[in-house]
Design a protein around this ligand. Sequence first.
Ligand code: FES
Ligand SMILES: [Fe+2]
Length: 416
Amino acid sequence: MHAVDVAPQIAWPEQADTRVPYQVFVDPAIYEREQERIFRGPVWNYVGLEAELPEPGDFKASFIGDTPIVVTRGKDGRLHAFVNRCAHRGSLVCRELRGNRMTHTCVYHQWSYNLEGDLIGVPFRKGIEGKGGYDADFDPGQHALHKLTIDSYQGLIFVSFARELHALEDYLGPDMRPWIDRLFGRPIQILGYSRQFIRANWKLYAENVRDPYHASLLHLFHTTFGLYRSSMGGGVTMDEQGRHDMVQSYKRTEEQETAAYKNAGLRTYKKGYSLADPSLLQSRPELEPQLTNQIQTIFPGLVLQQIQNTLATRQVLPKAPDRFELIFTYFGYQDDDDELRAIRLKQANFVGPAGLISMEDGHATEIVQQAIVRDRDAASYIAFGGDSVENQGNLLTETAIRGFWQYYRGVMGFAA
Ligand code: FES
Ligand SMILES: [Fe+2]
């Protein structure tokens, strides 16, 4: 039986493109509908990197929305994905984050499955001495794990509940693919992970990463040490539907930036600070074009990051209307020399749960969640940089946030 898709009652404010009712961040009925329409809809969900599963038998547990899944590499080297829920009584089959094994056995009654998710073993299937067990017509072929659609692009693995959907390359689109190619154009090496539980709605993070405007105001570290300033060169590019986006910034001359900040009189522009260990800021030019920041989002829950020399994927996983998990996977390239690898590891301190920059992003989403909890009918205001959804060649804009909401309203069936 399918879940009954009852439309949640919602009244989007009149100026729909520049207002977001707080209800979408707190309403359990909307959360349920997102699971059906977005995460189980005709959408590709990022679940990990091929570099995490190089060998046959390697597996990785992940999620699509809040549904647990497993990705495996088969004996023939192909990738498979299935829902991590035993066909017997519904237990998690795989209880580890990652590892290597040729069969997956459920701990509850030990049904076992191969790397494609087919049932291959049932203890006491014929009972003991003719007593108990299953009838002769029990067919293991009817009791496989729920198999999912899987594909990868440049080593990024995506999974979908839908059987028929746009090819992954088309889903990513011609405006986004070159920027993925920029980061994943040569063999990568996984450097590590960090995981963070945040007490806020996942869409507040979707807004945060599409918001170049906050970065030079909220993040004192960023601005003080010149990693990111709104006076930098850069801009925002979206895919045709406004669902994915790419924010990039690059340094102009010191004089141009300093003048722009002095004139604006911002609290975040302070001279005279220095780091006890300035090596934290030492970076090496590498990827072309030269950018200080590339923050790219792929709907619904993937963020690709280059900040100086730190490279990471971020996976956003909703857990409840007011909770999500954020997983950073840090990487470099197989041909990195020791010095560059050391720079990447040190600069990993910019991001993650205790990072010098992105700790503030998690907190920003939480203080929104805390403030809006009782005011579903009130709305946020996203008119910075105009009211349209179009690419912009500067960093003082909320255009990509408007793009996200426009697409979201369409998928969710929320008429303005
Ligand atoms: S629930 Fe998995 S074997 Fe029974
Ligand atoms: Fe931020």
